[in-house]
Design a protein around this ligand. Sequence first.
Ligand SMILES: C[S@@+](CC[C@H](N)C(=O)[O-])C[C@H]1O[C@@H](n2cnc3c(N)ncnc32)[C@H](O)[C@@H]1O
Length: 400
Amino acid sequence: MNTKSSAEVQLEQELVEWIEQDSLYQVILSSPKSKNEELTAKKIIVRPVQLKQGLYYQFESYYANKVLHENVSPADTAEKLMQLMINQYKQTNIKQKHCQLHILTNKKGQLTIKRKEVEQVKEIAPRTHNRQKHRLLEEGKPIAFLVELGIMTADGKVHAKKQDKFKQINRFLEMVEDVVDALPNDRTIKIIDFGCGKSYLTFALYHYLTIERNRSVDIIGLDLKQDVIAFCNSLAQKLQYDQLKFIVGDIADFNELSEADMVVTLHACDTATDAAISKAVTWGAAVIMSVPCCQHELFPQVKSELLAPLLTQGLLKERFSALATDGMRGQLLEVIGYKVQMLEFIDPEHTPKNLMIRAVRPKALTFNQSKWEQYHAFKSLIGVEHTLEKLLDEELLKNR
Ligand SMILES: C[S@@+](CC[C@H](N)C(=O)[O-])C[C@H]1O[C@@H](n2cnc3c(N)ncnc32)[C@H](O)[C@@H]1O
């Protein structure tokens, strides 16, 4: 049994007190002991977060290609911090109201603590979960396309029933903002939105890039539905969004472009997402943003003795199949050389939360052999064929 050193006991007590007094502002854990970037976050930032149920502590973990958030109750935070500090990270920096600690952990888990008393560390305000601070489109300021789409009143107030949609649009734009630098800035940016539907997000993208970011764009929205496309074209005209056009068509048959800088596909059903992603790769898109839905392809195929606990109940099998579908999509993009992140996307109309695959193309693509081997190992474990792999056949061969 490990006994705690007096330094550990004192530090844990202090953490508990600071948490009780709301005076713990920030903890950063860095230099992980493990080099396995898939399993151990490179860095964890811990800070207070204001939730409906009160003040919690958010652990924001930065992995090689994803960021995960966990909200921990005040009662559990000190113990969790101590465990991470002793067992997993070599460096910890703590900011409290009156002092800053710099802690080094050696191989045996022993702590060396350097303490600096300060008059008062500048308070870091707790994060709030309504993300108001981050909103790119603000309530109270009328925005033409939001007014026309019935989300805002003419004086800029968001209709009560459209609050979720407004949040979703803002969340989408935040996700665009993060990758905007990957898009060309010396010419018109070519964008296609596959399965655009009523196009709230397509209009939002146009507004954000042209009006908020002063970029020149050429955006096409494509959808199967004629009436929806007619509506979107008339709205684009009314708003004088001259570089925004909508076309009726099927993603799989769309051959009007030979290149694109950004491909968006939000909730295009089942393998329509694969058609969109494969076109994006073929056209050399710098940014791909895809929120898949209705992932039916793997469900009837998937089989594995090893994974039986996940596959015998229909509901679990359905969820597993959807995750496997998207995991394999992300992995194939990584095999080709894209940098991929899986993000949480709010979707008020379909399910409460959804997954976005966001992929950014580096300047030069490098075929990733080990990801390719992992992909195959997983594929044979669950005994499936994947549409995206077939559609990307040539690209995979070309880059290998
Ligand atoms: C659920 S809606 C999503 C609309 C919009 N992208 C959004 O996220 O708000 C899915 C849209 O994809 C379109 N769609 C589905 N399969 C398609 C395909 N193969 N080609 C073109 N559009 C497709 C449908 O007509 C529908 O309008």
